[in-house]
Design a protein around this ligand. Sequence first.
Ligand code: ADP
Ligand code: ADP
Ligand code: ADP
Length: 212
Amino acid sequence: MRIVLVGPPGAGKGTQAQFIASHLSIPKISTGDIFRANVSGGTELGRKAKQYMDRGDLVPDEVTIAMVRDRLAEKDAREGFLLDGFPRNVPQAETLKKILAEWDQRLDLVLELVVDEDEVVRRLSGRRTCGQCGKIWHVDFDDKQDDICDDCGGALFQRDDDKEEVVRHRLEVYQEQTAPLVSFYADEEILRGIDATGPVEEVTERALAVVR
Ligand code: ADP
Ligand code: ADP
Ligand code: ADP
């Protein structure tokens, strides 16, 4: 299956992506994770992306699309994939459609995680990520008393772009540039929305009910 996850920052895309991808045995391709790995690795790509990420703006399409094309061309993505964080605007969606068409492929499903803005702000303000295994935690909802990953013992960190001013800007960018994808994919008749509030496991159940 070829799936795209959409939803505002903090909707739970990264959290759900790991469960859905492992359930379907397809690779999870998270553009945010790839950019962050390149920033911390000090690569040329990371250097290009960092200034945009720090402000909460989208990295330019030419940079992002080249990266995604390379990743989709890898062998493990040939039979299916779960994209988390891409596409993020209509030009990216149109280019993705063309790339897949060159390979006689198309998306099967776009899953929209629906959450209101107050909940998104609560989720982002307490988000912590494991620097070692990448697992996503929340200080309140996971009752984290320390900054240690319960899965692997790695140290948790707060993303720079989860600071309040940057969060506000990312939500504006979402409304202006990413939200139009919902009607784009509704027109293509592959959009399915699910309620992404409530416990993580319940959201996963709703997601799996749609992808099965
Ligand atoms: P979140 O899951 O909180 O919405 P991501 O981890 O997906 O955030 O993205 C973090 C940042 O990486 C974005 O604010 C943006 O700067 C950059 N980014 C990620 N995906 C894309 C994309 N498809 N196009 C442009 N920039 C992107
Ligand atoms: P293989 O060795 O498996 O035949 P190649 O690298 O020779 O794969 O590529 C075969 C063709 O498939 C090329 O034209 C390539 O552009 C195209 N291709 C690349 N990525 C993908 C993909 N994700 N899915 C399908 N075809 C792809
Ligand atoms: P996104 O990738 O869409 O930006 P994340 O998956 O990183 O979102 O989740 C944002 C924050 O919300 C994280 O701290 C995560 O632990 C938390 N979170 C995710 N899903 C839920 C949920 N169903 N209920 C409560 N908190 C959640």
